[in-house]
Design a protein around this ligand. Structure first.
Ligand code: GDP
Ligand code: ZN
Length: 354
């Protein structure tokens, strides 16, 4: 299928099969602009909107398509337009909390295969932050690759690489100097045909430089697209899912750049396996690791087996997670109420009409 070059594979084909039988076509979102979604599809590049039914049934922002999503569409080929009827199950997703008090997830990128966690080996270097990125990646379903950039201006490179390797578990740790084009080729194995990659990292660590090297040119130049808004007004904007010369794809959305941590339990487990293992060795199963006797965590802290800073980072995240879980529980209740209200309103309208 000609969609292969956009990352279509057996995983998506499987969930799409029944939709194909119903006559839907598939497309991948490469740009979201207000309520318009730009898609790569067999019919070419299409501007799409979500179907009314889909919009009505959506219970939160994560029920709407995001850049990287595969969607089932009805195409109006003559107009180069389409209607989105369903989002295919996501293989991975990055989300952040929606601004304000609600804890709904907003998907900022979907179906990323590999995430490059970019850190500068200058003042930006921070092990705790890398830990957070690893957690975020493990949470997303994407494979993580740690990129240590600016090797040219770094001090104690060896020691820093060693420290990162110690916390990175299975994630490869790559050293490079993007500006000097040194070591960037280490990213090529992850950018093969149909593979989708994305980057996170603080501002100024070299993400744009890396993207431009992968593209072999300036992103600005190759990503321009003319889109039209609801009133048909034309605007020029930039596509956020780009084809790479290596056959892979890269997602670069503003949302990815300001990603917030939305942690869930299993992500924390994977990243802090060692601490969880220690805790299971405490004498009391409900040990608070403060004053209890035979506490494996305090022992490990005393001997230095467990790094105090790492432990306090774990505690901080645990607290954040508990707070988030409580917030989510409250948010869900409110959302349900909202939906019921909507249904009641519809019923009222219905009664008035008949
Ligand atoms: P972004 O904000 O993460 O997209 O970072 P940029 O790619 O815009 O890079 C920020 C600055 O760091 C620019 O001035 C780059 O030229 C510079 N930079 C990027 N990579 C390297 C590198 O490997 N070494 C050095 N010394 N500077 C770099
Ligand atoms: Zn304990």
């Amino acid at each position: 299928m000609s969609l292969d070059k956009y990352g279509w594979d057996a995983f998506f084909a499987e969930s799409f099969a029944p939709l194909a039988r119903d006559g839907y076509a598939a497309g991948r979102v490469f740009l979201q602009h207000n309520k318009i979604y730009m898609l790569y599809a067999e019919a070419g590049e299409l501007a799409a909107e979500v179907a009314g039914k889909m919009e009505y049934e959506a219970s939160g922002p994560d029920d709407f398509p995001a850049v990287g999503d595969w969607v089932a569409i009805r195409t109006r080929k003559d107009e180069r337009k389409a209607t989105i009827h369903e989002i295919l199950p996501r293989r991975s997703k990055f989300s952040r909390k929606v601004a304000g008090s609600r804890t709904d997830e907003q998907i900022v990128a979907a179906n990323v295969d590999t995430l490059f966690l970019v850190t500068g080996l200058d003042n930006d270097f921070n092990l705790r932050r890398i830990e957070r990125y690893l957690l975020m990646a493990s949470e997303s379903g994407a494979r993580a690759v740690v990129v240590l950039n600016k090797a040219d201006v770094a001090e104690d490179v060896e020691a820093k690489v060693r420290e990162v390797r110690a916390i990175a578990s299975d994630a490869p740790v790559l050293l490079m100097s993007a500006k000097e084009s040194e070591g960037v080729e280490q990213l090529l194995p992850y950018t093969g045909a149909g593979q989708t990659v994305s980057l996170i990292g603080s501002s100024g660590v070299g993400k744009s430089t890396i993207i431009n090297k992968l593209l072999g040119t300036e992103k600005q130049k190759v990503s321009e697209v003319r889109a039209s808004d609801e009133r048909g007004k034309h605007t020029t904007t930039h596509r956020e899912l780009l084809l790479l010369p290596t056959g892979g794809l890269i997602i670069d959305t503003p949302g990815m750049r300001e990603l917030q941590l939305l942690v869930r339990e299993h992500g924390l487990r994977d990243t802090f396996e060692d601490i969880e293992a220690l805790m299971s060795r405490c004498y009391f199963s409900d040990c608070g690791h403060k004053t209890e006797p035979d506490c494996a965590v305090r022992e490990a802290l005393a001997t230095g087996e467990l790094d105090a800073e790492r432990y306090s980072n774990y505690q901080k995240m645990q607290a954040e997670m508990d707070a988030l879980a409580a917030k989510q529980a409250r948010g869900l209740a409110a959302l349900k109420k909202e939906k019921m209200k909507k249904i009641h309103q519809e019923l009222k309208k219905h009664k008035k009409r008949y």
